[in-house]
Write a protein that binds this ligand. Structure first.
Ligand code: NDP
Length: 447
């Protein structure tokens, strides 16, 4: 009756997972993608970002090695080589995504697709009917509308800069702003981060935010908190950002990392009866179904957690719900997350403030220490760990860390929180010595 059982618009993490799994469950599936397979994560997000983070952290290795007896030779850094190698890897991943889809029998349409009605998609010059339509169109960086705003780049362009800036202004204190501040600084640029709040990374545990700000300051990143950029002017060489306190910053690059908006405009969603929220995100129920029963949406085009693994979980759940006889709602409890700053921060569960709002009595355990490596490297850097515990049940509600490999460490602890582990069970766990992670099972003193 329909051309396809599922027509997916958008070939990012969520769309690809849903399409591939739906096809594996026996559905006839098409996926339209107008730009690049793999979406934000693969092309202008997580993957290239992490590669740039690796690049920027070699400077630390050179600086730290002297205390271990090494004398590093002359060194130089070639931005073009890094970007070319990164682009090659991304092209390989684009191919991997294409293969995943075609190997599973998903028909890929390299075209912009729009929705004509509840069961019809127009892709390029063709019309297709579909039993279900999945909107997985992701998000796009936004810039504040200020005079000269067009002079600012976003993270999309940052991955393809013709050269590394000597001085970069980063606007925004979210994940992207903090990560790019670290990348530019680690590769040798002077960095000024402008953020409208009194401290960056709103939503993370306050101790973590403070500890990271301290470490980034020590490294030489300049913060302008409680400030906004009012205007950007072009200079003969570079740009000038005028802040709301009247001060000015001159640099050769300004990057806005002030959030992302859902890619839902001009898709035909509203005409098809799909409700959007005020920010333009597709309003969905817990099964990712929109206000039109045949149209679903996953990932950053909805207003849930903007994280790749979450989009994948949502796509998986849609495929299971529609084509596997197993209605499934993704679980958003205890989703771990990391910011790949220097040092990393990572977190799972409730912040202290959230826990104090929801639970009667909360115990806090904190540890701040100099990592073993830095006893010889001489680097002035502290790691910080924190556990948030419900006193009544002894259940660990939150684990938070600033320090090397925090993301790697918190991922394991996320399993413990998912299993509703208690502090007594953390304490009964033997540590791996000597690691930083063992600190999480040896914290005995409440703070
Ligand atoms: P975020 O929403 O995380 O941060 C946006 C930042 O910009 C906030 O500090 C916000 O301030 C500020 N801001 C927003 N609007 C304005 C404005 N008009 N003027 C000045 N400042 C403004 O967005 P990002 O763009 O950093 O990242 C988008 C999402 O992508 C993240 O939330 C995250 O979910 C995901 N992501 C995840 C990564 C990871 O897992 N490591 C890496 C990168 C992105 P305020 O706090 O006051 O609102």
């Amino acid at each position: 009756m329909y051309d396809f059982d599922l027509f997916t618009i958008g070939g990012g993490s969520g769309g690809v997972r849903a399409s591939r799994m739906a096809a594996q469950y026996g559905a006839k599936v098409a996926l339209a993608e107008e730009r690049y397979l793999g979406g934000t994560c693969v092309n202008v997000g997580c993957i290239p970002k992490k590669l740039l983070v690796y690049a920027c952290e070699f400077g630390d290795a050179f600086a730290d090695c002297a205390g271990f007896g090494w004398t590093p030779g002359e060194r130089s850094f070639d931005w073009h080589r890094l970007i070319a190698n990164k682009d090659r890897e991304i092209a390989r991943l684009n191919g991997v995504y294409e293969k995943i889809l075609t190997d599973n029998g998903v028909r890929i349409l390299c075209a912009r697709a729009t929705i004509a009605d509840a069961h019809t998609v127009v892709a390029g010059s063709e019309r297709y009917s579909a039993r279900y339509i999945l909107v997985a169109t992701g998000g796009w960086p936004t810039k504040p509308s200020i005079p000269g705003g067009e002079l600012a780049i976003t993270s999309n362009e940052a991955f393809f800069l013709p050269r590394l800036p000597a001085h970069a202004i980063v606007v925004g204190g979210g994940y992207i702003g903090v990560e790019f501040a670290g990348i530019f600084h680690g590769l040798g640029a002077k960095v000024s981060l402008v953020h409208r709040g009194e401290l960056f990374l709103r939503g993370f545990d306050d101790d973590l935010r403070r500890a990271l700000a301290l470490e980034m300051r020590k490294r030489g990143i300049e913060f302008h908190f409680d400030r906004t950029v009012e205007r950007i002017e072009k200079l003969p060489r570079g740009i000038r950002a005028i802040l709301n306190d009247g001060s000015a910053l001159e640099a050769d690059l300004i990057m806005c990392a002030t959030g992302r908006t859902p890619n839902t405009r001009t898709l035909g969603l509203e005409q098809a009866g799909v409700k959007l929220d005020r920010e333009g995100a597709v309003a969905v129920d817990s099964y990712s179904c929109s206000s039109v029963p045949s149209i679903y949406a996953v990932g950053d085009c909805t207003d849930r957690l903007q994280l790749t693994p979450v989009a994948i979980a949502e796509g998986q759940a849609v495929a299971e719900t529609l084509f596997h006889g197993h209605p499934k709602a993704p679980d958003y409890e205890n989703v771990p997350t990391a910011v790949f700053s220097q040092p990393n921060i990572a977190t799972v569960g409730l912040t202290e403030a959230e826990a104090r709002e929801r639970y009667r009595e909360v115990d806090i355990y904190k540890s701040s220490f100099r990592p073993l490596k830095h006893t010889l490297s001489g680097r002035d850097e502290q790691s910080f760990m924190k556990l948030v515990v419900d006193r009544e049940t002894d259940r660990v509600l939150g684990c938070h860390m600033v320090g090397t490999d925090a993301g790697e460490i918190i991922q394991g602890l996320a399993v413990a929180l998912k299993c509703r582990a208690t502090k007594a069970q953390f304490d009964a766990t033997i540590g791996i010595h000597p690691t930083a992670a063992e600190e999480f099972v040896t914290m005995r003193n409440k703070s």
